[in-house]
Design a protein around this ligand. Structure first.
Ligand code: NAP
Length: 338
């Protein structure tokens, strides 16, 4: 067993696009667990766009990271040593844990993964945080009805690709917006979207007009900015807009200004509602069961982009802002031990 381990802390609050210099890569001793604690080997670490928000010292739905503190995110790991009656050596767990090779966590901070429900990494993607975000935002706020048109931005990412497929299951016409031809081909040919728009190559307002001849009933917004500006003129009466993310502005230094949305909302009586998955904390099992059922029935597909190695966690995080990922971006930092 090693004595020392790698860890990653936030060293400075990034201004604009984060750089490696904003982080502190260091080594620390591996601690022993106390009573009711576990020593966990990190195996898969989730990198997510919302972590960018936690790097700023601003009020949000989740507290900012402190400077000189280890970054935390979703993690799947394996118990190396247990001082808890509820866990044994070898158990595979999930939790929101620090970017360290070995983490000591309270037994209350982690859950065992059910290996029969889906492959382990799916617990960080399609039946985990991103799949659940797609499920509740689309079905609870978007309320898609058969025959309606659903547009989703960030469509080839973890949340967006799930949103589009659930919208297809609900019998709607689905239009995805993504940043490369390969991603658009994936949406059309693999996931069964009805149309896909490459926002880096096409004129989004006119491409949307062509792709949505009956207007837009649901706009699942993952990106904000100019892509979302192009949607508002095409909204139908009583359209619904679940506002899930705004990744186009996460690295902005100045506020992002665009056309005001109020008159579009008034003219169409549309509902625009922000949300976080935390709003649905009482209903997670419902969502997980539905997603796992569709997955096992072959009605949902998912991709994961898996970067290898602890030293590449930040590269994988920054890749999210370059659109390098298809589906969920994860980092594999170790193998499971038998
Ligand atoms: P993701 O979509 O898998 O990855 C991010 C994607 O965003 C990239 O692949 C890239 O795809 C796109 N992107 C990056 N910069 C962009 C820009 N300037 N303009 C347009 N698109 C850009 O990430 P995810 O985890 O599924 O998250 C998607 C969104 O949902 C994010 O905004 C995230 O913050 C939000 N989210 C919210 C909640 C919640 O509880 N509300 C939970 C999870 C995620 P392209 O190649 O298409 O550009």
């Amino acid at each position: 067993m090693k004595q020392m381990q790698k860890q990653i802390k936030l060293a400075k609050r990034p201004v604009g696009v984060p750089t490696i210099a904003d982080f502190d890569f260091s080594k620390a001793p591996i601690k022993a667990p106390a009573d009711d604690e576990l020593l966990i080997r990190a195996v898969y670490i989730s990198v997510d766009p919302y972590l960018r928000g936690r790097m700023q010292d601003t009020k949000s739905y989740v507290a900012p990271f402190k400077l000189d503190e280890v970054i935390t995110s979703g993690m799947i790991g394996q118990v190396v040593e247990s001082k808890s009656d509820r866990f044994s050596k070898g158990d595979v767990i999930i939790g929101n844990l620090g970017w360290k090779e070995y983490v000591v966590a309270s037994e209350k901070a982690v859950q065992k993964i059910d290996p029969d429900l889906a492959p382990v990494t799916a617990h960080l993607s399609i039946i985990g945080m991103t799949g659940l975000t797609a499920y509740f935002g689309l079905l609870d706020i978007g309320q898609p009805k058969e025959g309606e048109t659903v547009v989703v931005s960030g469509a080839a990412g973890a949340v967006g690709s799930t949103v589009g497929q659930i919208a297809k299951i609900k019998g709607t016409r689905v239009v995805g917006i993504a940043g490369t031809k390969a991603k658009c081909d994936y949406l059309l040919n693999e996931l069964g979207f009805d149309a896909a728009i490459n926002y880096k190559e096409e004129d989004v307002p006119s491409a949307l007009e062509t792709a949505c001849p009956n207007g837009i009933d649901v706009y699942y917004d993952n990106v904000g900015g100019e892509i979302s500006d192009a949607v508002f003129p095409l909204l139908n009466k009583f359209a619904r807009i679940p506002v899930c993310g705004s990744i186009s502005s996460y690295n902005n230094v100045k506020p992002d200004m665009g056309p005001r949305v109020q008159s579009a909302l008034i003219k169409t009586s549309a509902l625009m509602q922000g949300f976080t998955l935390g709003d649905y904390s009482e209903r997670l099992q419902e969502g997980r069961t539905a997603l796992a059922t569709w997955l096992n029935e072959g009605r949902l597909k998912y991709e994961e982009t898996i970067t290898e190695g602890f030293d590449h966690i930040l590269d994988a995080f920054l890749d999210l802002f370059k659109g390098a990922n298809l589906g969920k971006q994860l980092v594999k930092v170790a193998d499971f031990e038998k």
